[in-house]
Design a protein around this ligand. Structure first.
Ligand SMILES: Cc1cc2nc3c(=O)[nH]c(=O)nc-3n(C[C@H](O)[C@H](O)[C@H](O)COP(=O)(O)O)c2cc1C
Length: 188
């Protein structure tokens, strides 16, 4: 079995859902963002990253997303929306939203997903905790959606596709979901 630093980081990365209050360092943020910008892309880098480190705005997004979740058809999301103890950003001090230019002739969700994965792996490689977050994007479908888009300066014509939170890991015990066996077919 080949082992190197990259393979180790890929296997070591886990979704972290408990963070210290302390903000990440600027150089750590820049290293993570730069990794995102180096992701493969079919749309000619037609993406945009929004970095949110304002606690009030993070709280506002959490509340708006939970409000939207309360009215969502999926029971699980509804339950989380109602749960007063649930914070969809897990108290992380940094949120990055990855948006794609909808005018691009090529579908951008794959580009934005590749960028998001790069952000997560870069974070792990420098000792930061991270978690891919779908839930918070529900905020854009709440009544506050248009106002939030303005406040976050998401460029006109861009759609927020994915997001991830970053911070210093709080828990030392990290849940590791099993990887399913038999998911590969070899034809040789
Ligand atoms: C598209 C996508 C959306 C996700 N959204 C959320 C989310 O809203 N909240 C959350 O806690 N985890 C979210 N996750 C993280 C997954 O739950 C996690 O990756 C999965 O359980 C595997 O665990 P691991 O990341 O530790 O390997 C998301 C992952 C992906 C790929």
């Amino acid at each position: 079995m080949i082992v190197n630093e990259t393979l180790k980081i890929i296997k070591q990365r886990r979704s972290i859902r408990s963070f210290k209050d302390e903000q990440i360092k600027e150089e750590e943020l820049q290293a993570v963002l730069e990794a995102g910008l180096y992701a493969p892309n079919a749309g000619g880098q037609a993406w945009h990253f929004t970095v949110i480190q304002d606690t009030e705005l993070l709280n506002k997004l959490n509340i708006a997303a939970k409000e939207a979740a309360k009215h969502h058809g999926l029971g699980h999301l509804k339950e989380l929306g109602i749960d007063e103890t649930f914070n969809c950003l897990y108290g992380a001090p940094t949120l990055v939203i990855v948006s794609g230019n909808e005018q691009s002739p090529i579908p951008l969700d794959a580009d934005c997903a590749a960028a998001t994965q790069n952000l997560l792996l870069a974070a792990e490689s420098i000792g930061l905790g991270s978690c891919w977050i779908f839930f918070v994007l529900l905020a854009f479908y709440s009544s506050q959606g248009p106002e939030l888009r303005k406040e976050l300066k998401i460029p006109e014509g861009y759609k927020p596709y994915y997001s991830a939170v970053f911070g210093y890991k709080k828990d030392t015990i990290i849940y590791v979901p099993d990887r399913k066996p038999d998911l590969i077919t070899y034809i040789r």
